[in-house]
Design a protein. Structure first.
Length: 382
């Protein structure tokens, strides 16, 4: 019997495998990963310092352990060269693996900002546990970290690093933090709270040059101002990994295009997680992955199940300023309605036709989360 093959052992890949095994203990299952296949919870990376966790404590399982638990074959440190969609074969070096159904859970890669300077290649980004381990090593004996990007990941790392005693400077081209998720007044509160924690902000600029300076770096910004620091961390976003799918002839948009069953334009190939564009939506968060994994597992087991997305708020891991946000779609037009004061805010995004399409809650406003969720239509309904 041909196996179900999953490429990728991040949260999406392993969750699909676990959900499938709940439904089917007989069909062979194979997972392929370019790394060591260890199990870890990626959202914990941006709060590990505050949690007092060492890097070794973040991994909760090994590839061998997962192979036994899932009754699966796991190929670690293995790169897929090509997919033969006609023969349903995966090519890895001199090895070929046939598949019954193929799941692409190949994630996304950190966006690299064009940069000049003799230290441009030493700017760090964090997209997996190996990246984070290197980041923690570079932090040893250091004091000042510059974060490029004041979005979700940038703000979370800023909170974690500042709370752990590091000096933190954030470089953000927008006028306020979380510019794609928050309206101005709650965003200003988040900025103030992080400033009180010790975070320094550089808004309306980008970094253009990184030079070695003493034992650290000098970062030159687009307004020609300079910041000296010990470590530079880029947190400007992720881009879905699509090259493997594109070379196999699959449809590509912002990510790998899939339908409500997570199926690509090839009936035997599916995509899930950060690499997948589900009917125009890119939702690189844990809640959508969990829902999609259950649906895909059922479909792989012969029970065609369409994906439904209820409203799924994102909890921003900034303990200094509790925040929950469900941002409107990036193409949605409308206006924010903001009410509150001090650290407590409730904001609704109302579309041009008067429909509530998103919300942002902060401080005491977070207690209204369930009420706001009820007021929104599903992100993707039946």
């Amino acid at each position: 019997m041909k196996p179900i093959v999953i490429i990728g052992t991040g949260h999406a890949g392993y969750t699909v495998a676990k959900e499938f095994r709940k439904l089917n203990s007989q069909n062979p299952l194979t997972l392929i990963t370019a790394d060591n296949g260890c199990v870890y919870y990626k959202p914990n990376l941006s709060k590990a310092l505050a949690m007092g966790q060492k890097v070794a404590e973040l991994a909760t399982g090994t590839a061998d352990g997962m192979a036994e638990k899932l009754q699966a074959t796991i190929f670690a440190h293995s790169s897929v060269d090509a997919i033969d969609v006609n023969q349903q074969i995966i090519k890895m070096g001199n090895q070929q693996i046939q598949y019954k159904e193929l799941v692409l859970a190949i994630g996304a890669s950190a966006v690299r900002v064009p940069m000049v300077g003799d230290a441009a290649g030493e700017i760090l980004s964090i997209n997996n546990l190996d990246d984070y381990q290197w980041f923690r090593k570079k932090l040893e004996g250091r004091k000042h970290v510059v974060i490029m990007g004041g979005g979700l990941i940038g703000c979370e790392f800023a909170n974690d690093l500042a709370a752990a005693g590091f000096k933190v400077s954030v470089v953000e081209p927008a006028a306020w933090p979380l510019g794609r998720m928050l309206p101005n007044m709650p965003a200003n509160t988040l900025q103030q709270k992080l400033t009180e924690l010790g975070v320094e902000w550089h808004f309306g600029v980008t970094a253009k040059q990184c030079q070695h300076y003493k034992e650290g770096y000098t970062l030159t910004l687009s307004d020609d101002s300079q910041v000296n620091c010990d470590v530079v961390l880029s947190a400007v976003g992720l881009r879905p990994n699509t090259q493997l799918a594109k070379s196999a002839g699959l449809d590509i948009g912002r990510g790998i295009k899939v339908d409500r069953h997570l199926r690509t334009n090839n009936k035997h190939i599916y995509a899930i997680g950060d690499c997948a564009e589900v009917e125009g939506l890119l939702l690189p968060y844990i809640a959508p992955i969990i829902r999609a994994s259950k649906v895909l597992a059922a479909t792989l087991n012969g029970q065609e199940t369409p994906l439904i997305y209820p409203p799924m708020p994102v909890v921003v891991k900034t303990p200094v300023c509790p925040t929950v946000v469900l941002p409107p779609d990036h193409l949605q037009t409308g206006e924010w309605e903001q009410t509150g004061q001090g650290a407590d805010w409730q904001a609704m995004f109302r579309s041009s036709d008067g429909v509530i399409k998103g919300f942002a809650l902060m401080g005491a406003g977070v207690a209204s989360r369930a009420e706001f969720v009820k007021r929104l239509a599903p992100t993707m309904s039946k």
